[in-house]
Design a protein around this ligand. Sequence first.
Ligand SMILES: C[S@@+](CC[C@H](N)C(=O)[O-])C[C@H]1O[C@@H](n2cnc3c(N)ncnc32)[C@H](O)[C@@H]1O
Length: 212
Amino acid sequence: MIKHIPENIIEYCNDHSEQDNDLLIELKDFTQKNEEIPQMLCGSQVGSFLQMLIRSIDARKILELGMFTGYSALKMAYACSKSSEIHTCEIMDKHISTAQSFFSRSEVGNKIIIYPGPALSSIEQMEINSFDFAFIDADKNNYLEYYKRCRLLIKSKGIIVLDNMLWSGEVLNPKDQESKVLKKTASFIKGDDMMYSMLIPIRDGLMVCIKK
Ligand SMILES: C[S@@+](CC[C@H](N)C(=O)[O-])C[C@H]1O[C@@H](n2cnc3c(N)ncnc32)[C@H](O)[C@@H]1O
């Protein structure tokens, strides 16, 4: 992660933003204690930003690529109306069972539909122009393919958010495959006439795209 903003400033921002409820805090703690790479969880700041975007367009059908232990899916489920749906893709069984154990304890857990397996196969089957919002946060090597598919799955005025688009700054001088793909994805989005887009330096970089 890029740490140009001092930790106490981030804490102040978090203190003056909507707070996670007890279940979300427990899920973050559980992930911290039991997962090898707990920092994959997007965190309160990104999660709250997703909630703001979802509320701003009253998104009712939401797609997530990369569920992990379920924090962002649950966070989004709290932000959307009662009849809304979160369709989330996850390849690892272990993550799916952790997430399910938390979803089953939440009054909004029934909004979340899990697609086990590779996200690319799952999204190939989904209906074009049917989603209001998509959060792309799975493996970085497939980001360009994920974006190309999501731009079709999203309705006009819908929003796509891609996490980790700064990849700790590696995208400035990409050496590994993931950084190269992320840079290629950012360039593709920049030239995409279908979208208004902005890369925002929140945490590890959030690319926000609004479909025209
Ligand atoms: C960065 S984590 C997602 C974090 C989650 N959105 C959150 O904020 O709590 C990425 C997740 O994508 C999953 N993943 C990796 N490759 C995948 C693939 N091809 N299809 C579906 N999920 C995949 C990983 O197992 C991991 O759980």
